[in-house]
Design a protein around this ligand. Sequence first.
Ligand SMILES: Cc1cc2nc3c(=O)[nH]c(=O)nc-3n(C[C@H](O)[C@H](O)[C@H](O)COP(=O)(O)O)c2cc1C
Length: 189
Amino acid sequence: MPMIRECVVTTVGPNGQPHLAPLGLIEEGAFWVIAPFRPSTTLTNLEAAPFATASFIDDVRIIAGCVCGKGDWPLESVPDWSAPRLSAALSHAELEVARNEADPRRPRFFCRVRKIVCHKPFLGFNRAQAAVVEAAILATRLGMLPREKIDTELAYLRIAVDKTAGAAEREAWELVTAKIEAYLQTQPK
Ligand SMILES: Cc1cc2nc3c(=O)[nH]c(=O)nc-3n(C[C@H](O)[C@H](O)[C@H](O)COP(=O)(O)O)c2cc1C
């Protein structure tokens, strides 16, 4: 399996409006591949405007927010590049689509990395941040997963949050788990 880097990708819509989505960038040789499931705004935008900016972050409230419907996070323009980055980015990568592979379910956009720029220090791994990222992925796949798997995974992930979270991680965890719990309430036990 290839290496995947979880980040927040900015694409640009038809009226120049930026769109943020948490996505995994798949390493394929010299390329980073963006693989959005259909339907998605990221996909529509990349088909029309073949470039993106990946923001690498440690504030997982942004990932939690994006999967819970809050997508208007502060942005900074990138010199000589049309897709802005997150203000919170520790670093960003400017990605140009070199080619794409059509697919009825999940097309793949092979991107060349034009530039990587650092903005803030990376201060080490944190297990609660990783747990929030996992829970956010769960939150985007609820309809595809059996209830038992959701319950088991959340119980395991909660251990890392209880042991290692700071205030931002706790806030992000509460947001994502509230969404998951609201969904579970609507499902038969
Ligand atoms: C950490 C993380 C990684 C994700 N990676 C992908 C991905 O590689 N492809 C995808 O289609 N959705 C992925 N998702 C789900 C998308 O963020 C979500 O479906 C989003 O709404 C994309 O659709 P949009 O472009 O219409 O906003 C990921 C979610 C999270 C939290």
